[in-house]
Design a protein around this ligand. Structure first.
Ligand code: ZN
Length: 328
C-alpha cells in the first residue's frame, strides 16, 4: 500500500462526490469499531475508498504531478523543473565508498528531491538548474518524513523534452527552522536564519571529471581512486560563520551553493584562485548579510563542534520573517 497522508486520502475520496464529509468521518469511525481498533484511520479510509470503487492513485503509467507521488510507488513517471542541483557527496560504507547527488524538482503542485546514487550520478553531468526533466521508471521512498524520488538503472531521463513546460512552481519546504544553540548532530533538513559574521577565503581543489571525487596529485599527474590518471577539473568550497543570536555555526558551502551565495558563476569564482586578494571586496559585501540556509548538521570530530553542510541558501526575506514572527 502506498503511504498516502490521511488528509490527502480523505480529499481524494471526497473529490469523487460519492460520499459527504460527514458520512466519511462517520464511516471511518464505524470501520475502526467494526475491526476492534485493529486498523488506523488511514487503513479505514483505504477500505472505504475500495468499497466505493475510488482509485486513490492514478494509473501508474500516466504522468504524475509531484503532489500525486507517494512513498512506495514504483515505475512512476513525472516531470519537473530543476530548481536546485546539489554537489556530489561522497560517503564511506564499510570498506567501500559511494557517492550521491540530488536535485530538487518542482511543478505547479510542489517540490521533491530526486536522488542519484553511485553510477547514476554521472547522468546529472549535463543537467543544469532551470532544465526540465522527464523521468520514467523511478520509485518513491520516504526519508526523514519527506518523500523522495530515487533513480535506478532502468530509469529513462529526458532533459528538456519537447512540449513540456512548467509555468509556475509551488514551493514547499521540508526544512525545520532551528536555533543554532539547539542544534543536534546528524539532523537533516535543518533551516537556520543567521547573519554572516566571518568569511574565510575560498579553497580550491581538483576533482575527477568523471565522478567528482577528489583527484590527488602525484608526480605532476592527477589520480582518481576509481578512474586512474585523469585531467582534473577545479572545484571549491567556502566557509562562513553564521550567528543567529543564540550561537554561531561554521557553515560549509560547496561549489553550487557557493555560486548561489556569491551570485557568481564558476568562471567568475575561479578568478579568485590565482588572486585571492580580489575576494576581499566580496567579503566586505557579504559580512552582515542575513541568510536563510538549509542543510545537514554534522559533527567535526577534530574540532569537537557542530557544522552545517549547506544544501540550499537564500538571502533572508524580511517580509517573510516578519510574517513568521506574527504567526507565533
Ligand atoms: Zn573518478
Amino acid at each position: 500500500m502506498y503511504k498516502i497522508p490521511l488528509a490527502d486520502l480523505k480529499n481524494i475520496i471526497l473529490e469523487s462526490k460519492k460520499i459527504t464529509p460527514r458520512d466519511l468521518e462517520e464511516k471511518i469511525k464505524l470501520k475502526i469499531n467494526e475491526l476492534s481498533g485493529l486498523i488506523s484511520e488511514e487503513g479505514a479510509a483505504h477500505i472505504i475508498a475500495n468499497e466505493l470503487s475510488i482509485s486513490v492513485v492514478r494509473a501508474v503509467n500516466s504522468k504524475l504531478k509531484i503532489k500525486e507521488i507517494y512513498a512506495g510507488m514504483r515505475n512512476l513517471v513525472t516531470v519537473g523543473k530543476v530548481l536546485r542541483k546539489f554537489d556530489v557527496r561522497e560517503f564511506a560504507k564499510g570498506e567501500s565508498t559511494g557517492k550521491v547527488c540530488s536535485v530538487v524538482l518542482g511543478d505547479e503542485t510542489g517540490t521533491i528531491r530526486v536522488v542519484f546514487w553511485n553510477d547514476q550520478v554521472a547522468r546529472l553531468d549535463k543537467v543544469q538548474e532551470g532544465d526540465i526533466l522527464l523521468l520514467k521508471d523511478v520509485y518513491a521512498k520516504e526519508n526523514n518524513a519527506s518523500k523522495e524520488i530515487h533513480v535506478g538503472e532502468r530509469t529513462e531521463i529526458t532533459i528538456n523534452p519537447e512540449g513540456e513546460t512548467i509555468a509556475q512552481v509551488r514551493q514547499s519546504s521540508n526544512f525545520q527552522r532551528s536555533k543554532i544553540s539547539e542544534l543536534t548532530e546528524g539532523s537533516e533538513g535543518t533551516e537556520i536564519l543567521g547573519t554572516i559574521v566571518q568569511i574565510f577565503d575560498p579553497r580550491f581543489f581538483y576533482v575527477c571529471p568523471n565522478c567528482s571525487k577528489r583527484a590527488n596529485e602525484t608526480e605532476g599527474q592527477f589520480q582518481c581512486a576509481e578512474h586512474g590518471t585523469v585531467q582534473p577539473v577545479v572545484s571549491y568550497v567556502l566557509n562562513v560563520i553564521l550567528d543567529d543570536g543564540t550561537g554561531t555555526i561554521r557553515s560549509t558551502f560547496w561549489k553550487n551553493q557557493t555560486n548561489h551565495l556569491l551570485g557568481k558563476d564558476e568562471q567568475e569564482i575561479l578568478r579568485y584562485k590565482d588572486n585571492v586578494a580580489l575576494f576581499e571586496d566580496m567579503k566586505t559585501e557579504l559580512l552582515g548579510e542575513q541568510l536563510k540556509v538549509m542543510g545537514r548538521i554534522k559533527k567535526n570530530d577534530l574540532f569537537d563542534r557542530l557544522e552545517l553542510n549547506v544544501q540550499l541558501v537564500e538571502k533572508a526575506n524580511p517580509e517573510e520573517e516578519l510574517a513568521r514572527l506574527e504567526q507565533k
